[in-house]
Design a protein. Structure first.
Length: 439
């Protein structure tokens, strides 16, 4: 990987792309530290320090995706999360709404329209999430237990509230624009790179907090143990993310005029983790809803006490079991809507392709569905274990939870984005230094 980056910096046009990407990253991190107008910055810092010591993880997932900007209430407080949510919603609606499915099949023009719809939905979600964040900050519920939580927004007039919501929405639109700039003029997928930077930004502080809270040899033993476990988890993720089942496909020869076409052999790569990190995000987001409802409820009912006892802290057995089952369910659900065996079988039949030993058409679709279900089981169990093992293994080191930097969501995203970015750099290097058959 380091060799690929070194070779890229020696190539003039790739060096420009890398420097442009680094410049966008600096702007993104700068915006993550500029407070929203109308916020008392000193009171925010007091409450953030108290929340970190108390390990308040209710908004931990969104705060992680924003690089810590959410709890700081900055102009990039919402981060990339509205765009992620909008992309997932559009991807799900593509299966349900025929119009979106038709646009997807139109090629580049249809994809451009779906991208435009994603932008509009991102702005709408940013308005909703920004309004919710401002309302939570005004009421003091953003930092429950902080003595100055109700003084974070001193001026609670309608004008100040509107300015704060508009600023956060504009910040989300700016983040979306920065991501698209990286995609067009930089290296890698811009949104993925910004997500990578947001998560990686929390690593140094979280690791140092582990060292500070440790008791063995000044905390260095705990620190080293966490680093070692992190390397093991990264190695496991790399191994499984690269694993795939290759289904061989043979194309029959066709004579068109005097020319012969086809007769080639290829394969369909089915990844063991076909769903990626989406099931973990779905499960985490769904489990935040009960805790969020309980926090905003003013009643002392039994259901609120039960939720606060079982579904607020990530180390409770009920929470762990529910989290694991939701990840497995969403893994099968997302694979079912993202990969259509019947469509793949029809395309193969249209171009004269077939799987050796399997008849074309419906038998091929049934075979693909069978193989996909078989490999989704280990993939879903792997996702559940990756999400839960750090929580249980690191529970004694600084109160780790599901949003710890070496937790499932962060490792999956960082490793996945890192591998994809390195592959793109290597492919561009190969295009510029391809020797072909000249040797």
């Amino acid at each position: 990987m380091l060799t690929a980056f070194a070779r890229a910096f020696k190539t003039p046009d790739l060096r420009k792309k890398l420097l442009f990407t680094l410049a966008i990253i600096v702007l993104y991190r700068l915006g993550s530290h500029i407070p929203v107008p109308g916020v008392d910055y000193q009171n925010v810092q007091i409450c953030v320090d108290a929340a970190q010591k108390g390990n308040n993880s209710l908004f931990g997932l969104v705060n992680m995706f924003s690089g810590g900007a959410l709890l700081q209430i900055t102009i990039f407080a919402l981060g990339i999360m509205p765009y992620i949510t909008a992309s997932i919603i559009l991807q799900l609606l593509t299966v349900v709404i025929p119009r979106l499915e038709a646009l997807k099949k139109e090629g580049q023009s249809g994809t451009a329209k779906i991208t435009q719809y994603t932008r509009y939905l991102t702005v709408a979600l940013a308005v909703l999430q920004g309004t919710g964040l401002v309302a939570t900050a005004r009421s003091g519920a953003l930092f429950s237990g902080c003595t100055v939580a109700d003084q974070i927004v001193p001026d609670q007039s309608i004008f100040t509230t509107v300015v704060m919501v508009v600023t956060m929405t504009a910040g989300t639109a700016a983040v979306m624009w920065l991501g698209e700039l990286i995609t067009d003029r930089g290296i890698g997928n811009g949104m993925s790179i910004l997500m990578f930077i947001s998560i990686a930004a929390g690593f140094p502080g979280a690791l140092w907090a582990i060292k500070e809270s440790g008791k063995l040899a000044g905390g260095w033993i705990e620190f080293g143990t966490v680093i070692l476990i992190g390397f093991v988890m990264v190695g496991l993720v790399v191994f499984v993310e690269q694993a795939q089942r290759r289904i061989p496909v043979q194309y029959a020869k066709r004579m068109i005029g005097r020319r012969s076409y086809g007769g080639t052999s290829t394969y369909i790569p089915l990844k063991v983790n076909q769903a990626g990190v989406i099931p973990v995000i779905f499960a985490s987001s769904l489990l935040y809803i009960p805790a969020l409802v309980a926090q905003f409820s003013n009643s002392d009912a039994g259901w609120k006490t039960w939720i606060e006892a079982h579904f607020v802290k990530g180390d409770h057995p009920y929470y762990i079991a529910t989290y694991f089952l939701l990840i497995v369910f969403f893994a099968f659900f997302y694979v079912a809507i993202s990969f259509n065996p019947e469509e793949v079988a029809d395309n193969m039949k249209k171009y004269g392709g077939f799987i050796p030993g399997i008849r074309a058409g419906r038998p091929t679709a049934e075979y693909l569905s069978y193989v996909l279900n078989r490999i989704t089981w280990p993939g879903s169990l792997y996702l559940g274990l990756i999400a839960l093992v750090p929580t249980m293994a690191l529970a004694g080191f600084g109160g780790a939870n599901q949003n710890f930097p070496f937790g499932g969501t962060s490792i999956l995203i960082i490793v996945g984005v890192g591998l994809e970015t390195v592959k793109q750099i290597e492919s561009q290097l190969q295009q510029r230094n391809y020797e072909g058959f000249l040797r």
